[in-house]
Design a protein around this ligand. Structure first.
Ligand code: HMG
Ligand code: MG
Length: 306
């Protein structure tokens, strides 16, 4: 199969990228980051999580973040700002803030599901169904995540069929798209291709997204493997920020800058500008004192200095 003509990028830096930061980051800094990401061309930014502040303290300011983004006139034209909602309590809060898109997040591993959202896979699906129904009644779009699609920190290998079963359930529930998460970044290209083939038997490839973390440096190679299969939606985090609080040792998502560089090289269209997103990565890593994990960003900065 040929590469897609264009790719839709979902910037998860403000959520996945920051959720694991131990020191509180000011709400104003998060909003500044989100504004800069939109300025670099992003059209879909995952901005917050309506989760328990006891579980993920860094996302405790979900209300002020989303209220500010949803204020009339503040939201940039055409940009979707989405948020995670694990249950009805989260969704009700998101509705109060005027959120127009949410995401439910499940897993293909029982152990990870318990550690991350404190319930079994079956219980999580029972919990998500009314969330999707209520969201749809409000005209809110719902995205679905499946974690541990290429390995679990507690169970090791995960069968592609297990990923397919949860993806199918989310799709049938009404999620407009299912994002496949290599939560701990252990995947390699052939495994990614096989997993995708299994899922695509049940869910059309047009409704699938790749959400790959880069712990073992395989994320770009894995992306090429699934792009070749026709996946045209990629989640990425500026400067490769992030990690999952319930997946010890996992590093951030593939860096947005590196994905943009890859797509440019493949002649695949994306609205995000490399120089601008590299500048955002440079700024946020200095703000929160983290290393910039994007090789493309470091190279762009070095080329600028020559
Ligand atoms: P629980 O303890 O089973 O929930 O947690 P509960 O219903 O028994 O409630 C316990 C307390 O939490 C109560 O407060 C509730 O009010 C409160 P208390 O009475 O103790 O003061 N609570 C909430 N507060 C705010 N917002 C809510 C909410 N729900 C309950 N929505 C729960 C269940 C799902 C809430 C919890 O496990 C949780 O918040 N988990 C979130 C974990 C998380 O955010 N993980 C990271 C995101 S997932 C990820 O990174 C993977 C992804 O990137 C894809 C990939 O890479 O694979 C998406
Ligand atoms: Mg993730």
């Amino acid at each position: 199969m040929a590469f897609p003509e264009s790719v839709r990028l979902v910037e998860v830096g403000p959520r996945d990228g920051l959720q694991n930061e131990p020191d509180p980051i000011a709400t104003a800094t998060k909003l500044d980051l989100i504004d800069r990401l939109a300025g670099a061309g992003h059209r879909h930014i995952e901005a917050a999580s309506f989760v328990s502040p006891k579980w993920v303290p860094q996302m405790a300011d979900h209300r002020p973040v989303m209220q500010a983004l949803m204020q009339e006139g503040k939201a940039r034209h055409g940009v979707t700002y989405s948020a995670l909602t694990p249950n009805l309590k989260g969704l009700e809060a998101a509705i109060e803030c005027g959120v127009t898109e949410v995401a439910v997040f499940g897993a293909a591993s029982e152990s990870f599901s318990h550690k991350n959202i404190n319930c079994s896979i079956a219980e999580s699906l029972d919990r998500f169904a009314p969330v999707v129904e209520r969201a749809q009644a409000e005209g809110i779009r719902v995205r679905g995540y499946v974690s541990c699609v290429l390995g679990c920190p507690y169970e090791g290998d995960i069968a592609p069929e297990a990923v397919a079963a949860v993806s199918r359930a989310l799709d049938q529930m009404g999620c407009y798209e299912v994002s496949l998460g290599d939560t701990i970044g252990t995947g390699t290209p052939l495994a990614a291709k096989r997993m995708l083939e299994a899922v695509a038997r049940d869910v059309p490839i047009e409704r699938l997204a790749a959400h790959f973390h880069d712990t073992y440096g395989q994320a770009l190679a894995n992306l090429v493997a699934v792009l070749e299969e026709g996946v045209a939606v990629i989640d990425a985090s500026v400067a490769g920020l992030g990690g999952c609080p319930y997946a010890k040792g996992a590093s951030g998502n593939v860096a947005t800058e590196d994905v943009v560089y890859l797509l440019n090289g493949l002649g695949i269209k994306t609205p995000v500008d490399l120089a601008r997103i590299a500048a955002v990565g440079d700024w946020i890593t200095k703000e929160i004192r983290r290393p910039n994990r994007s090789k493309a960003s470091v190279a762009v900065a070095a080329a600028g200095e020559r």
